[in-house]
Unconditional design. Structure first.
Length: 451
């Protein structure tokens, strides 16, 4: 009996230590079993307490009266699938007649407390079927991306969601995006993850970094074009607009709309073209959009209007030509001048790290979801990298990108430097590397990498 007691004490102590120091290990060893038993045993009573049951149907009541049986109990949603994961549990529920997916979403917080889970989210899979994802621990405290991710062309895994799933930046589904964040909020790390994820792909990277290039120029070996001041940025955007117009002429020449051409072969964008004719897609990263919109003189105002007009044209027309915008900034508001609101309307994807005022959060999510605005302004300063990501459909998630140092991002870009395409339209803006930059790896944001 003494040996058994000592063994139990050691197991409990080990479980407590794992839960404190390594919550992911604790979940895989002890937590998943205990949580599964807790959910399955408590399921019916919890659903009843949370108001997620329906009264018995009339035919069941009539049958009970005819057979002189007790009145049937209310029925919870059916469990169609129960699947443990490395971060939690996934339940697929079949709703009863009269239930709605919103009922499950509204009860998510009550389900979290009732099942003793860290977080509960839900989404509608199809009519009558809802998927409930439960997380057993704070997966965003120490982000660990899964070893296997679903990689596709122009689809980059950049962060982890609070429900344990991977957050992807899919340019073909969401062509343009806006990323906001105050100083020290983790916006630069998110951008590095994006560049590091795009580096192995067949894509041209174009950067506009008006902070004298301290963010993007260390990664210059993987960029086809870079601009470090508003004047160069204006010329670079003009070159991109010219490239876009040329690609449209190519698409039009290859459409061949005749009765003999199948519908699937009629080209409407670059992805409908044959592989040997398809132009290289371009991702344009603007590090600080406010520096392009601010002006102090009449000449700077003309330049500013020219830049914003070019950005709006690329946002409106660039998708079919394979030109995608990634706009980043500390603040993005109407005080930046005319055209800013029009530009924001074209940026489907929205990501907001910690912001300094509610107005910035409203500019990101005010036209999407009030709940996302509230979540964005509640991000604590000590949780650097935590962000709210959503799109114009109204859905949003808490995400956090894994920490990627500047050295790691530089090494990734250097390793895939051979994939950097030479685009004739952007040749004047190709960064010229010095001998030092080609061999040394910068250690900080301010370390010069190019001349």
């Amino acid at each position: 009996m003494t040996a058994l007691t000592v063994a139990v004490v050691l197991v409990v102590a080990a479980a407590g230590l794992l839960r404190w120091r390594r919550p992911a290990w604790y979940w895989m060893t002890f937590g998943v079993t205990l949580a599964s038993l807790r959910v399955l045993v408590r399921y019916a009573s919890v659903m009843d307490a949370c108001g997620l049951t329906v009264p018995p149907s009339r035919w069941r009541l009539a049958l009970a009266r005819v057979t002189n049986r007790p009145v049937p109990e209310s029925r919870p949603p059916r469990i169609l699938r129960f699947r443990p994961t490395r971060t939690g549990l996934v339940l697929r529920l079949g709703l009863r007649p009269g239930q709605d997916a919103f009922d499950v979403a509204a009860a998510s917080d009550r389900l979290r407390h009732s099942f003793s889970m860290y977080g509960v989210t839900s989404r509608e899979v199809r009519s009558g079927v809802v998927e409930v994802r439960m997380t057993g621990y704070d997966v965003l405290k120490r982000v660990q991306m899964p070893a296997k991710v679903d990689t596709r062309p122009m689809r980059v895994p950049v962060a982890l969601r609070e429900d344990g799933s991977v957050h992807y930046r899919d340019y073909r589904a969401v062509p343009h995006a806006l990323t906001l964040g105050a100083t020290g909020s983790g916006k630069s790390v998110y951008q590095r993850n994006l560049v590091a994820g795009l580096a192995p792909m067949d894509v041209a990277l174009v950067g506009i970094d008006c902070k004298q290039g301290v963010e993007l120029f260390p990664l210059a070996r993987r960029f086809s074009a870079l601009a470090d001041n508003p004047d160069t940025a204006a010329e670079l955007l003009d070159a991109l607009v010219s490239r876009m117009e040329g690609i449209y002429q190519l698409i039009r020449a290859e459409q061949r709309i005749t009765a003999a051409v199948p519908d699937a072969e009629i080209a409407a964008d670059i992805w409908d073209l044959p592989d040997h004719l398809r132009p290289v897609p371009v991702v344009v990263l603007v590090d600080e959009v406010a520096e392009l919109a601010l002006f102090a003189t009449k000449d700077e105002e003309k330049r500013r209007d020219h830049i914003i007009t070019a950005l709006v044209r690329l946002a409106q027309l660039g998708r079919a030509a394979g030109i995608y915008l990634e706009i980043c900034g500390q603040r993005f508001g109407s005080e930046l001048g005319k055209g800013i609101t029009m530009l924001r309307a074209q940026l489907t994807g929205r990501t907001a790290h910690r912001v300094n005022d509610e107005t910035s959060a409203n500019m990101a999510f005010g036209d999407i979801s009030p709940d996302a605005v509230l979540a964005a302004i509640q991000i604590p300063a000590e949780r650097r990298g935590l962000a709210i990501s959503g799109d114009v459909t109204g859905g949003w998630h808490r995400i956090r990108a894994p920490h990627t140092s500047l050295r790691q991002a530089v090494n990734t870009c250097n390793r895939h430097a051979d994939r950097t395409p030479d685009l004739p339209e952007l040749a004047p803006f190709r960064p010229q590397l010095t001998a030092t930059a080609a061999t040394a790896v910068p250690q900080s944001k301010t370390a010069p990498a190019t001349a």
